[in-house]
Design a protein around this ligand. Structure first.
Ligand SMILES: Nc1ncnc2c1ncn2[C@@H]1O[C@H](COP(=O)(O)OP(=O)(O)OP(=O)(O)O)[C@@H](O)[C@H]1O
Ligand SMILES: [Mg+2]
Length: 244
């Protein structure tokens, strides 16, 4: 799909203010279907603010979110979701006392019945590990499995684009190395994935393109491989520190 018209989601010149002033300044980026695009950058760079603005949760001061030639910037969260953009915000929680199946049902709640059934099956295809756990309590699963369920919840609506903000927060590196590549599978099913991830090398390993933000601005945009192969580019924005 990538490269065709309608194959991309374009964020254009987004500026977002929070509290004292702008935290995202004139940021433009492209997310292609069938690919993983990494969005890296130090704490406070503005990554989550950008995600929340695309999701319709935070208001952008200026900018466009272009999908199929339509500008979705400033639309309500339901409208954004219906247009095919799923957001997995930082710190998304499951209903831990409910079963895996119930958590998926909750995510299907707003979907028409036929679509919910197909979407649920589609989500479980991406995460076969969850199939044998449908009847157990979500909170009893490992951290990595719980995050797979969080992703599956976002996929039930069969989005064209998914924004994943720091899925691996608090997980052991070994778990992260297993979880993050599942997003490659999601991309290969035709979805455009935007991946925000503190373990830069792991993120770059599954990504086609990469952006680095710092202090609200895009400081690098290019091929993920270029960043992987030039540690200096990454070192200069501190990203490898402690993440190896
Ligand atoms: N609720 C808020 N109210 C006011 N300012 C905020 C709020 N949340 C974040 N900020 C500020 O916005 C800026 C960007 O924060 P944001 O959370 O978007 O960065 P981030 O790149 O996601 O960082 P991290 O890697 O720590 O998640 C920071 O300066 C932060 O202090
Ligand atoms: Mg963040």
């Amino acid at each position: 799909m990538s490269g065709e018209s309608g194959g991309s989601l374009l964020l254009e010149e987004m500026t977002i203010s929070r509290g004292a002033g702008p935290v995202v300044r004139n940021v433009s980026l492209e997310i292609r279907r069938g690919e993983v695009t990494a969005l890296l950058g130090p704490n406070g760079a503005g990554k989550s603010s950008l995600v929340l603005a695309v999701g319709g949760v935070l208001r952008a001061e200026t900018g466009r979110v272009l999908l199929d030639g339509k500008d979705l910037c400033g639309k309500r969260p339901e409208r954004i979701r219906q247009a095919g953009i799923a957001i997995v915000p930082e710190g998304r929680r499951l209903l831990r006392e409910l079963t895996v199946a119930d958590n998926l049902d909750v995510a299907c709640y707003a979907l028409p019945r036929g679509q919910a059934k197909v979407g649920r099956e589609h989500a479980l295809e991406m995460f076969p590990e969850l199939v044998k756990r449908l009847d157990i309590r979500a909170g009893s699963m490992s951290g990595g499995e719980q995050q797979m369920l969080v992703l599956a919840q976002a996929l039930v609506s069969q989005p064209r684009f998914i924004f994943v903000d720091e899925l691996s927060l608090g997980l052991a590196p070994v778990v992260v190395k297993r979880l993050v590549p599942t997003l490659r599978t999601v991309a290969e099913s035709g979805v455009g994935v935007l991946l925000i991830e503190q373990f830069a090398p792991v993120a770059l390993g599954v990504s086609n393109h990469a952006y680095v933000m710092d202090r609200g601005r895009v400081q690098f945009s290019g091929m993920a491989a270029e960043l992987s192969e030039n540690p200096d580019l990454l070192h200069s924005s501190y990203l490898l520190a402690g993440a190896g």
